[in-house]
Design a binder for this molecule. Structure first.
Ligand code: NDP
Length: 275
């Protein structure tokens, strides 16, 4: 039986499943099979993006799943080249058409691209999408504290989430504290560091204690910190495994042992530098 996935209540009252499914670097064709397997396993939150080129594949899986639309939580993201007020509205229409949906649950500015300085205009467009009921929630991704501050100086709409690279090798404690102050939920991308932390000794030791996999231990660590997580896998057994994390709990000492693995490990670009 599929587990009950806890939800996080966002700052606008909308609830997001704390554990969802990501599809970065999955081809459009492969995405349909992966998302179908995820929905079958019990995931209800799917994280895609225009730049992933697989919104159509996500939409195909949703349409054939038989899962009611209001049980799903679908996130997509505005690509950098489409920032700006009019371009954002147009890009959103294109994303929704590919997904085959009439609204998205969450729409994110994918990267701040600070040198281009268009994220405030893009956010105005996203505010309109929210007002018009075309998205249930608006958020950002890869925003540093300075970008959040600049955005908030100009708007009353506080992003519901900031989706950032976060895993035991890059724990983002400073940014998490900023989010907590502002009422922004932390969503972790590459929650498994694309596999790079799964051999860490502290994690393998804890995994052996519980008879769980290292990926399950890392996901459990995220959940206990309160992070929203969206692990990706195209492997059906791993898709199921990553959902099977609700029958054990890490002790304070185990959480501390994983806290010690923080080492500035980035698997993706630095948000200040990607333009
Ligand atoms: P993850 O940290 O989720 O790691 C995915 C990798 O780990 C894949 O190689 C997968 O292999 C492997 N894996 C998954 N489960 C297990 C397991 N149980 N045991 C061992 N290996 C496992 O990386 P992602 O970069 O994909 O991040 C997750 C999601 O975050 C993305 O799919 C995307 O939705 C989002 N994201 C957002 C970004 C942003 O800028 N906003 C940037 C990057 C990601 P396999 O698939 O072969 O099974």
């Amino acid at each position: 039986m599929a587990p009950t996935i806890p939800t996080v209540t966002l700052n606008n009252g909308v609830q997001i499943p704390q554990l969802g499914f990501g599809v970065f670097q999955v081809s459009d064709e492969q995405t349909t099979a992966a998302v179908s397997a995820a929905l079958e396993a019990g995931y209800r939150s799917i994280d895609t993006a225009a730049i992933y080129g697989n919104e159509t594949g996500v939409g195909t899986a949703i349409a054939s799943s038989g899962v009611a639309r209001d049980e799903l939580f679908i996130t997509t993201k505005l690509w950098n080249a489409d920032q700006g007020y009019d371009a954002t509205l147009k890009a959103f229409d294109a994303s929704l058409a590919k997904l085959g949906l009439d609204y998205a649950d969450l729409y994110l500015i994918h990267w701040p691209t600070p040198a281009r300085d268009l994220y405030r205009e893009s956010w105005k467009a996203i505010e309109k999408l929210a007002t018009d009921g075309r998205i249930r929630a608006a958020g950002v991704s890869n925003f540093q504290p300075a970008h959040l501050k600049r955005l908030l100086d100009d708007t009353d709409l506080v992003p519901v989430v900031n989706q950032i690279e976060l895993h035991p090798g890059l724990q983002q404690n400073e940014l998490r504290a900023v989010h907590a102050d502002l009422g922004i939920a932390t969503e972790a991308w590459s929650p498994l560091a694309q596999g790079a932390v799964l051999g860490d000794e502290a994690i393998t030791t804890i995994a052996a204690t519980y008879g769980k996999s290292t990926a399950q231990v890392v996901l459990r660590w995220h959940l206990q910190l309160g992070n929203i997580v969206i692990p990706k896998s195209v492997t059906p057994a791993r898709i199921r495994e990553n959902l099977d994390v609700f029958d054990f709990a890490l002790t304070d000492d185990e959480m501390t042992a994983i806290a010690a693995l923080d080492r500035g490990l980035r698997t993706g670009p630095h948000p200040d530098e990607l333009n």
